[in-house]
Ligand binder design. Structure first.
Ligand code: TMP
Ligand code: MG
Length: 215
């Protein structure tokens, strides 16, 4: 007889504006989970390693100009091309800690406020993707973010645009969202995340079903 399926892993997404500390917190959380014996991997979107990801990287680093609608679809395609592997990993019991997902996709494009790029249009290509079991939103004012040594050189890393992105994120909040005050110390934030993530991992291990965007 076949071995019983392992408890499924949790799909944990981190969102927030640039400089909120997502990458730091994701890295710490993955190490913590592994130390607790929870199989876990760190993922990020955009995944710049694929062919589509390389086009996105060229766009973000201003080596390429791509139409706003077209690049939006590339970001979404970059999630779709990873979605089978993502589901396989979860089913095999690996918890995925994912630095950005479709919420960034919608917020950044909708913040451009161009005709034809309204939120409904922005959401459509991601409909049906696996939905995260929890979205940890690292909340930080644009002023506090800018004070952290300033933004980088990439496209979108400008205070006025980041403000518009934050407004878009607000309207995407749903029941799976957990707001985290990202102005606290790295340690204090991590402590809250460990507790919240632990509860979600346990719920998924007990068999909570994986949902789909934007249901
Ligand atoms: P990163 O700094 O986390 O690598 O993300 C690169 C930039 O891409 C960041 O400014 C957010 C933006 N972005 C989008 O515009 N659409 C998306 O779908 C994603 C995942 C990120
Ligand atoms: Mg960045």
């Amino acid at each position: 007889t076949a071995a019983p399926a392992p408890p499924r892993g949790a799909f944990l997404v981190f969102e927030g504006a640039d400089r909120a500390g997502k990458s730091t917190q994701c890295g710490l959380l993955v190490e913590h989970l592994k130390a607790q014996g929870v199989p876990a991997e760190l993922w990020r979107f955009p995944d710049r390693t694929t062919a589509i990801g390389k086009m996105i990287d060229a766009y973000l680093t201003s080596q390429a100009e791509i139409d706003d609608a077209a690049v939006h679809l590339l970001f979404s395609a970059n999630r779709w091309e990873k979605s089978q592997e993502l589901q396989r990993k979860l089913a095999a019991g690996t918890t995925l800690v994912v630095d950005r997902y479709a919420y960034s996709g919608v917020a950044f494009t909708a913040a451009k406020a161009k005709p034809g790029l309204d939120r409904q249009w922005c959401q459509a290509p991601d409909a049906g993707l696996p939905a995260p079991d929890a979205v940890f939103f690292l909340s930080l004012s644009t002023e506090a973010a800018a004070a952290r040594g300033g933004y980088g050189e990439e496209r979108y890393e400008k205070a006025d645009f980041q403000k518009k992105v934050l407004e878009q994120f607000q309207s995407l909040r749903g029941p799976a969202w957990r707001m985290v005050d990202a102005s606290q110390s790295v340690e204090a934030i991590q402590q809250q995340l460990r507790e919240a993530a632990g509860a979600v991992v346990a719920r998924c291990a007990r068999g909570a079903p994986l949902g789909r965007l934007w249901e």
